[in-house]
Design a protein around this ligand. Structure first.
Ligand code: PHE
Length: 347
């Protein structure tokens, strides 16, 4: 500072310069930066002023020191004011931009739901687990032996014609029935047995009530003193759970090579409660599954002593149950993935 320059003038000049600088600031960030620059002890216009002390005439030093301190206080206050002002504005702008109108209608969420076949499968699993059944999951590719031969359906047996089979090789095929799982479970050699085995099966069949792929659930119980009466008791529990209380079953003689005697199981019509309607074709009964007492030949083939043990088995079409329960008239509706159809069925 030139010696002849008045301390007051010098201070006023700096203050004016700083005021001009501050007038250009528009946000809290630039206030912060300006403060850092102006108040810097080495280079700042205000921050470095005390360094000029040596150049000031002795008699003016005290006044200079006081004035610089005042200027410094003034600047600190201005920075604080500006910072406060901008921060407030910035906060308001942020609130404005992030405002949520709680009166707007919510976006529609289209929740998915489980497939009808999955729903019925889960229901069956629940019912049978509560009766102490274990679950055996077989494989979709199966050996001819397990799907047929071990189930008392040797090659050339006419029963092979009942199920049009997809062969992968002379030895391997896509299983046509979950009954194949019966043999695997019995081969494990652990008794007694109480298993269910749900899964996909395949047959070269295609019309309104048949699909080349569908789902079955096998049930197998092998224990001492097991009879057809136990079978009907279990099946009554099944149909009551799926179709509602009061639903019952009726057994009709039938034929399966792996059961003896074999039965076809009808469920009392849950639509008309036995009076006769379109669903049950006027009979009051609807056929739902095949079952029977496990043929001794099959048990013995798996090394089970038929003097001590007997077994019962059933195989139910899960898609058929789903069609009946939810009123589908064509099995294809289950596999076309049309959400208008599938979305109507909720848990
Ligand atoms: N596996 C037979 C079918 O698919 C059903 C069945 C299972 C019959 C168990 C008797 C015992 O038709």
């Amino acid at each position: 500072m030139a010696d002849n320059m008045d301390v007051k003038e010098r201070i006023l000049e700096v203050r004016k310069q700083v005021e001009d600088d501050l007038a250009l600031l528009r946000d809290s960030k630039s206030v912060y930066e300006a403060k850092k620059k102006i108040m810097d002890g080495k280079t700042g216009v205000i921050g470095s002023m005390m360094r000029e002390m040596g150049k000031i005439a002795k008699e003016q030093r005290a006044e200079f020191g006081r004035s610089v301190n005042e200027l410094r206080d003034w600047a600190e206050k201005r920075f604080a004011e500006l910072n406060e002002e901008f921060r407030k504005k910035e906060l308001e702008a942020r609130y404005e931009s992030e405002k949520i109108d709680v009166t707007l209608p919510p976006k529609k969420i289209r929740a998915g739901s489980l497939h009808p076949v999955t729903l019925v499968t889960n229901e069956l699993i629940d019912i049978f687990s509560s009766m102490g059944f274990e679950i055996y999951e077989g494989t979709e590719i199966e050996k001819d032996y397990y799907n047929f031969t071990a189930l008392n359906i040797p090659a050339d047996h006419p029963a092979r014609d009942m199920q049009d089979t997809f062969y992968l090789s002379p030895e391997f095929l896509l299983r046509t029935q979950t009954s194949a799982g019966q043999i695997h479970v019995m081969e494990r050699g652990k008794l007694p047995i109480k298993v269910i085995s749900p899964g996909k099966v395949f047959r070269s069949d295609d019309d309104a009530t048949h699909s080349p792929m569908f789902s079955q659930m096998e049930g197998l119980v092998v224990d001492k003193g097991i009879t057809l009466g136990d079978l009907q008791g279990m099946l009554n529990r099944l149909v009551e759970n799926v179709f509602g209380p009061g639903t019952t079953t009726r057994l009709r003689p039938s034929y399966f090579p792996f059961t003896e005697p074999s039965v076809e199981v009808d469920v009392s019509c849950f639509a008309c409660h036995g009076k006769g309607c379109r669903l049950c074709k006027g009979t009051g009964w609807i056929e739902v599954l095949g079952a029977g007492v496990v043929n001794n030949k099959v048990l013995e083939g798996c090394g089970i002593d038929t003097e001590l043990y007997s077994g019962i088995a059933f195989g139910v079409g899960i898609d058929r149950l789903a069609m009946l329960k939810y009123g589908y008239n064509n099995i294809k509706l289950l596999f076309e993935s049309d959400l208008r159809v599938l979305g109507q069925v909720k848990e």
